[in-house]
Design a protein around this ligand. Sequence first.
Ligand SMILES: Nc1ncnc2c1ncn2[C@@H]1O[C@H](COP(=O)(O)OP(=O)(O)OP(=O)(O)O)[C@@H](O)[C@H]1O
Length: 311
Amino acid sequence: MDTILEIEGLTKVYPSGLTALDGVDLTIRRGEIFALLGPNGAGKTTLIGAVCGIVRATGGNIRAFGHDLRTDWRSARRRIGLVPQELGFDMFDTVERQVAYSRGLFGCAPNAARIEEVLRSLSLWDKRREQIRALSGGMKRRVLIAKALSHDPELLFLDEPTAGVDVELRRDMWRQIGVLREQGVTVILTTHYIEEAEEMADRVGVIDKGRLLLVDDKAAIMARLGRTEARFRLAQPLAAVPHSLCAYSLHLEDDGRTLVYRGGNGAGQGKAEVAAIAQALSREDIPFMALDQIESSLEDIFVNLVEDGVA
Ligand SMILES: Nc1ncnc2c1ncn2[C@@H]1O[C@H](COP(=O)(O)OP(=O)(O)OP(=O)(O)O)[C@@H](O)[C@H]1O
């Protein structure tokens, strides 16, 4: 595994006494898309800020590209890009100048061809001479990305890239992030939206109250924690769950007309049990008219994790 970022025991206590990060350990692999998922105030922006040199950590270590950020911040910093949550630029400046200026801020030599490439990849080329204030909200967000890409970062942070944007723009943003992945850029994004993590991430970290509750491959999270709910709508109501099925996690609803299964801790266990229950029902001569089956989403998993406070 080629590691691009290593965070160890990262702690941030703000002067107010609030602990925003509480011993966070995280390793990011080169080329992956990592989604940091958490509710408001979980510590996502603080974590990004600590890596990007905006927030001074209280404790812990951060190594990026093998450099210790405390002692060798500058060389690592050039290889990191940040798309912040807030729109912050000179609204009267043109798109092209803002993006070229950002490149210069990182000490990179002017490179008109590269700026053109970035602007074209974000469909901003036709807008390059427009003042930023004249752009739509979505276009302004693209300019933020263009600025962050202007110095060719290998590691890009996107802090809630789709907060407050409409569905179309969100999908557009997902496409853009797909393009970055193809270009080999490592992306860490923060989000409140489970569907965003589900759609794009290779791995997901769940953070709450400054603690990283869980980090895993997206598919593994689903497999480990995914639950299956199946509802058998019975032809005839039952007074009780048949004895032969009491090994399964079943109960009756709708005055005995619906047999409900909830269970299966991943790895297809839920689906296998539902199939076994269906077979047992037909063996017992208990016909059912319909079967509705639902797999839990990352959202359900997240709610459970946050409620439990543990991984
Ligand atoms: N400069 C600051 N001074 C004091 N407290 C702060 C500061 N910045 C953030 N906090 C607090 O630290 C905690 C974590 O905030 P942070 O912005 O990192 O969370 P977040 O997960 O990014 O939230 P959101 O999803 O709302 O952006 C919050 O309780 C927040 O109020």
